[in-house]
Design a protein around this ligand. Structure first.
Ligand code: AMP
Length: 293
């Protein structure tokens, strides 16, 4: 596994592997998994999926410009040695590990902003977050030049925003959305789960449980509208005293437009996302589920 810490080393690594593969009669393709590190099985599932390509590239970069001033940039968990071990086990060919100075060497004057899709959900709660995400992902795409880029549906809005950017700016690559990986009890894996104390961890289970309960709810009450479902989910989540809701929303996916107000949800003509963001103590967790997928 090649470890590249500069942009030129990163490009050289992929170019060398491509040339070797061409010489061996292989048509090379580059699969890319961008992450912020502190890797877990969710990230591992993306790294394994990227093995569909002949060259797999993982980036680990805690991107400061996607964090708000009062967010957890300073305490974001990091463990480079463990990350490299997991990457190696997953068969990653190249790991890109830039510093902040490498990614943002001088005062940056360009920001990529996807409007509309990034306005709601996490975009509303975390102003500027998606500008930071799209800007760094565009830079990483230009550095790595992937054919396929793998993103987790854990961050479903991120998938929608990045797909929009790729379409609007004609990036010559395919976005591959990958399913949410969960703990056995249902909690969606997240690097931020390490922040949770035992009591928060136990109560956080309400997120996946609430999402799981939707099938039965819609079956028993087929006239439920999007707004009704939001109310029921809010009631379920607030039974846990440590849960402080940021948002509970039911929207069309991937447009992230609101559902028709009076229409029973089961009659939806489009895919629907049920998206949750809930604070447990200082930790903000997100989870979601696609309906009618
Ligand atoms: P992060 O390191 O949190 O920026 O995540 C990097 C990538 O891993 C993103 O595409 C995430 O959506 C994805 N990811 C994070 N957690 C999970 C999970 N539990 N299941 C699937 N993908 C995930």
């Amino acid at each position: 596994m090649i470890i590249a810490r500069t942009i030129s080393d990163m490009r050289a690594a992929v170019n060398t592997l491509k040339q070797q593969q061409i010489a061996a009669g292989i048509v090379p393709s580059v699969g890319f998994v961008p992450t912020m590190g502190y890797l877990h099985e969710g990230h591992a599932s993306l790294m394994r999926a990227a093995k569909d390509c002949s060259i797999s590239v993982l980036s680990i970069f805690v991107n400061p410009i996607q964090f708000g001033p009062n967010e957890d940039l300073d305490r974001y968990p990091r463990d480079e040695a463990r990350d490299l071990q997991l990457a190696e086990q997953c068969g990653v060919d190249v790991v890109f590990l830039p510093t902040v100075d490498i990614m943002y060497p001088s005062a940056r004057k360009t920001t990529i902003q996807v409007t509309d899709v990034s306005a709601r959900l996490c975009g509303a709660s975390r102003p500027g977050h998606f500008d930071g995400v799209t800007t760094v992902v565009a830079k990483l795409f230009n550095i790595v030049k992937p054919d396929r880029a793998y993103f987790g549906m854990k961050d479903a809005q991120q998938v929608a925003v990045i797909q929009q950017m790729v379409d609007d700016l004609n990036f010559d690559l395919t976005i591959v959305p990958c399913p949410i990986v969960r703990e056995q009890d249902g909690l969606a894996l997240s690097s931020r789960n390490v922040y949770l104390c035992a009591e928060e961890r136990e109560q956080a289970l309400v997120l996946s449980q609430a999402l799981q309960s939707i099938d039965a709810l819609l079956e028993q009450h087929p006239s439920l509208t999007a707004a009704d479902l939001v109310t029921v989910l809010q009631e379920t989540i607030t039974t846990k005293p440590l849960a402080k809701i940021d948002y509970v929303e039911v929207l069309q996916f991937p447009s992230l437009q609101p559902q028709l107000t009076n229409e029973p949800l089961v009659q939806s003509q489009t895919q629907v996302i049920v998206a949750l963001a809930v604070h447990f103590g200082r930790t903000r967790l997100i989870d979601n589920r696609l309906l009618f997928a």
